[in-house]
Design a protein around this ligand. Structure first.
Ligand SMILES: *Cc1c(COP(=O)(O)O)cnc(C)c1O
Length: 395
């Protein structure tokens, strides 16, 4: 293969790991084993000293995982990657391997619910302070920096309000003040956004979502410098959030079509967003690809496409949102996102156990908000499904 650097993302997704496939099988087998046999104690001891060895003990590494990591590192334009058993496993491993008591973290007011819980409840228990700022205002990040700030943690677009963080500006703050910058880029994927090229240090994804893409696996990924990935690997090794080889293999299979799928997610979501925005029973649509999004200019600057995720506010409050979800025939009411099936959730109902009403309203999640993960069904069928459901709401 000639100059791999010049290759497009869809080519890398299919071939970047080719050298790591030690077999003749075009689709590499699943290395469904926990351990590996050695000819001598000396050989065994030598491998035991390696970082992330592929064939030692699967908690340390696995050939399937090495292939997945190679593809993901290339897609993000990073030096190295590590896979974990879930997205939360990736977030937790990055935080735990970076922070110690007495450190300070700057994060956003809006984050994935699990990440919010870590920031609000778990880090303070270990003596780590967290300041949560309005992600749409870069100045708030800069103003929150203290001498002990070790990490700036961002998520863009953020769940579920599709707010954006200016990645180039965050990268600048981090580089100037020597603070590690980390993004949860799950919603965008490397098909739509390249945070490392904008100056961010580390990218995390929930591989459960667009990377897997079929709602059939759980995984997490981390991309950064070789040195950083080694540091996270050392924590992950004992943290134990290890991907199963089978899920790793499914993840690799999902990645092969990432760009193709995301492109269709993008176009379906834009079409659904346009339709809903013009519907009299919809109060508001949150989608960075629409001109009405308050950060549409930033979206065009730092994203190539605008994802399959959007949220809407219905006229008619909590009840209208519940009824809207119930009447849908194609879209399934389910958590998660980024798969072939269109999924909807009503966050005010879904997070009633995780967030108090006060916390929820403070993060801008209203009673009538519905989050939609637009899948890969036909665009016209999806629009017809949303239309019939809205029709049933009455006046
Ligand atoms: C789902 C999700 C996570 C958590 O990933 P899991 O694989 O469920 O652990 C983190 N961040 C975002 C933005 C997510 O959507």
């Amino acid at each position: 293969m000639n100059d791999e650097k010049q290759q497009q993302i869809q080519t890398l997704a299919i071939h970047a790991d080719r050298k790591l496939n030690g077999t003749r099988a075009v689709t590499a087998p699943i290395w469904q084993t926990s351990t590996y046999g050695y000819a001598s104690p000396e050989e065994f001891a030598a491998v035991a000293g390696e970082v992330n060895p592929s064939e030692f003990y699967t908690r340390f590494g696995n050939p399937t995982h090495a292939q997945v990591a190679a593809v993901i590192a290339r897609l993000e334009g990073g030096e190295a990657a590590l896979v974990t058993s879930t997205g939360m496993g990736a977030i937790f491993a990055v935080m735990m391997s970076t922070l110690k008591s007495g450190d300070h973290v700057i994060a956003q007011q809006n984050h994935y619910a699990g990440a919010s819980t870590v920031l609000r409840e778990w880090l303070p228990r270990y003596g780590i302070e967290v300041t949560q700022v309005d992600q749409t205002n870069v100045e708030e990040f800069a103003a929150a920096v203290r001498p002990n700030t070790k990490l700036i943690y961002v998520e863009t677009p953020s769940n579920p309000l599709m707010k954006l963080t200016d990645l180039r500006e965050i990268g600048r703050i981090g580089q100037k003040r020597k603070i590690l910058t980390v993004i949860d880029g799950t919603f965008a994927t490397p098909a739509n956004q390249s945070p490392l090229a904008l100056g961010i240090d580390v990218v995390i994804h929930s591989g459960t979502k667009y990377f897997g893409g079929h709602n059939d696996l759980m995984a997490g990924v981390i991309v950064g410098t070789k040195q950083f990935i080694e540091q996270v690997w050392r924590f992950s090794l004992v943290g134990g959030s290890i991907l199963s080889p089978f899920d790793g293999w499914l993840l690799l299979r999902g990645l092969r079509t990432l760009e193709l799928r995301v492109e269709r997610h993008n176009s379906n979501a834009l079409a659904v967003g346009r339709f809903l925005e013009n519907h009299p029973k919809i109060e508001r649509v949150y989608y960075p690809g629409l001109e009405s999004h308050p950060q549409h200019e930033l979206a065009k600057k730092q994203m190539r496409g605008f994802t399959g995720m959007l949220s809407v506010e219905l006229r008619g409050g909590f009840e209208a949102a519940q009824n809207f979800c119930k009447a849908l025939e194609i879209a399934v009411y389910a958590g998660s996102l980024g798969g072939v099936d269109t999924l909807v959730v009503h966050p005010a109902a879904m997070w009633s156990h995780e967030l108090t009403e006060e916390q929820r309203l403070a993060t801008g999640i209203s009673d009538s908000l519905v989050r939609i993960s637009v899948g890969l069904e036909g665009e016209q069928d999806l629009i017809a499904d949303f239309a019939q459901s809205l029709e049933k709401l009455g006046d």
